[in-house]
Ligand binder design. Structure first.
Ligand code: AP5
Length: 217
C-alpha cells in the first residue's frame, strides 16, 4: 500500500499516521519529522529547513523532493509507505507521481483529514511532543500523567517552535494557498478520500479504518 495523508496543520495527521502505518504494516514517512531530526542534529539540511519552518513557510520544493526520493529508495519503503506531510505543493505531487511511475508503481489512496480552523488552533497550541519516542500529546485532549514527561517512554515533552500563534497563522495561510489545491489534483485522479477529522482521536481512527476498507474493497 502506498498512501498519502493530507490536511491542514494540526489536523491530526501525525496522530493518525501512527495508527494507519501500524494497521497496514508500512513505514510512516513524515517530512516534518525528518526536517526536525536534521534541525536537532544541526545538519546542513536542518540549518536550511529551520529558517523556513520557524517562519511557518514551506521548505523549497527541490530540497524536499530530493529528500523524499532518497527516503523512498530505502529498502523498507519498496513495497509500501505512508507519507505524512508530503506532497504539500502541486510540483511535489507531480514529482511523486513521476518518481513512482519510473518505478512502475503508483499511489493507492490519498486520505484527507478535514477540520475547521478554530479547532486547528486549539490543537496546535496545546500540542506537546516527546523528545525520546516522538509520541504526540495534547495538554487538554490527550494529557500525559505528568506535565512534562512522556507516559510511554519517560522522555521529556517539548512544545514545537512553530506552534506559536503568529507562526500558526502563517502556516494556515500557506496551507490554503499551496496545499489545499492538492485536493483538486488528487480528486481528478479519483484517489482522494475525505475523512471527518473532528471528535476524539479514537473516532477519527475508526472513521479512517472504515474509509480505507470501503475504498479498497
Ligand atoms: P509538519 O510537521 O508536517 O507540520 P504540519 O503539517 O503543519 O502538521 P502538524 O505536525 O503541525 O500537525 P498534524 O496534522 O500532524 O497534527 P498532530 O497529529 O500533531 O511540518 C512542519 C514544517 O516542516 C512545515 O511548516 C514546513 O516548514 C516543513 N515541511 C514539512 N513537510 C514539508 C513539505 N512537504 N514541503 C515543504 N516544507 C515542508 O495533532 C496536533 C495536536 O492535536 C496534538 O497535540 C494531538 O495530540 C491533538 N490531536 C490530534 N487528533 C486529535 C483529536 N481527534 N482530538 C483532539 N486532539 C487531537
Amino acid at each position: 500500500m502506498r498512501l498519502v495523508l493530507v490536511g491542514p496543520p494540526g489536523a491530526g495527521k501525525g496522530t493518525q499516521a501512527e495508527f494507519v502505518a501500524a494497521m497496514l504494516a508500512v513505514p510512516k514517512i513524515s517530512t516534518g519529522d525528518i526536517f526536525r531530526a536534521n534541525v536537532g542534529r544541526g545538519t546542513p539540511l536542518g540549518v536550511t529547513a529551520k529558517r523556513y519552518m520557524d517562519a511557518g513557510r514551506l521548505v523549497p520544493d527541490e530540497v524536499t523532493i530530493n529528500m523524499v526520493a532518497d527516503r523512498l529508495a530505502d529498502s523498507d519503503a519498496v513495497y509500501g509507505f505512508l507519507l505524512d506531510g508530503f506532497p504539500r505543493t502541486t510540483p511535489q505531487a507531480i514529482a511523486l507521481d513521476e518518481l513512482l511511475c519510473s518505478r512502475e508503481t503508483k499511489l493507492d489512496v490519498v486520505l484527507e483529514l478535514v477540520i475547521e480552523e478554530d479547532e486547528v488552533i486549539r490543537r496546535l497550541s496545546g500540542r506537546r511532543t516527546c523528545r525520546g519516542c516522538g509520541k504526540i500529546w495534547h495538554i487538554e485532549f490527550d494529557p500525559p500523567r505528568a506535565t512534562d514527561q512522556c507516559d510511554r517512554c519517560g522522555g521529556v515533552l517539548f512544545q514545537r517552535d512553530d506552534d506559536r500563534a503568529a507562526t500558526i497563522a502563517e502556516r494556515l495561510r500557506v496551507y490554503d494557498r499551496d496545499t489545499a489545491p492538492l485536493t483538486d489534483y488528487y480528486g481528478a485522479q479519483g484517489r482522494l478520500v475525505g475523512i471527518d477529522g473532528t471528535g476524539p482521536v479514537e473516532d477519527v481512527t475508526a472513521r479512517t479504518g472504515d474509509a480505507l476498507r470501503s475504498y479498497l474493497g
